[in-house]
Design a protein around this ligand. Structure first.
Ligand code: CMX
Length: 135
């Protein structure tokens, strides 16, 4: 068992429309999807550059992790997500190694994924997301 490729990099932004315009201009491509994830209190926008994916995230409510992050640290890289084949097995592996998972069960994320987060304190300050494609 091991993580697969980086699935996407998540960037916290204050205003998704402004950020979409800026990233379209920088990357030279338009976003391929905008999706709200109500349970996470976020609206997301996805860009594909070659094989890489960038996810912009704007908070939709003050309790959202993105709102808190921006308040504390400002806009910028919020998390790195890794693709996993079997999220249940990877979560069990990490749990058995003593890591702190931020959700006990995988939850539904954006872009047709089941997701789980590992606490940033466990990964030298990087919020790590596990991501499994829903088939
Ligand atoms: N990256 C790195 N460090 C982070 C962080 C991030 N994204 N978010 C918070 N932290 C740091 C805080 O600055 C704090 O550091 P200090 O103790 O040095 O001050 C520490 O982690 C703990 O923070 P906290 O105030 O105790 O906890 P928060 O209420 O800020 O929650 C976290 C932090 C990671 C537990 C919470 O944001 C969480 O559960 N995240 C997972 C869910 C999520 O991020 N959802 C949004 C994205 C959804 C999607 O991709 O679809």
């Amino acid at each position: 068992m091991a993580f697969g490729k980086v699935e996407h990099i998540g960037i916290a932004v204050k205003n998704i429309e402004e950020a979409e315009k800026r990233y379209s201009s920088i990357l030279g491509v338009e976003p391929y999807k905008r999706e709200e994830v109500e349970s996470e209190g976020v609206i997301t926008s996805f860009f594909l550059t070659g094989v890489n994916k960038i996810e912009l995230l704007q908070a939709t409510k003050p309790e959202s992790a993105i709102a808190k992050f921006i308040e504390k640290k400002g806009e910028g890289i919020h998390h790195i997500a890794f693709e996993v084949e079997d999220i249940y097995a990877e979560m069990e592996r990490l749990r058995s190694e003593g890591y702190t998972l931020l959700n006990a069960e995988p939850k539904r994320g954006a872009d047709n994924k089941m997701i789980c987060f590992l606490h940033p304190k466990d990964a030298h300050g990087m919020l790590t997301e596990l991501c499994m494609e829903i088939k």
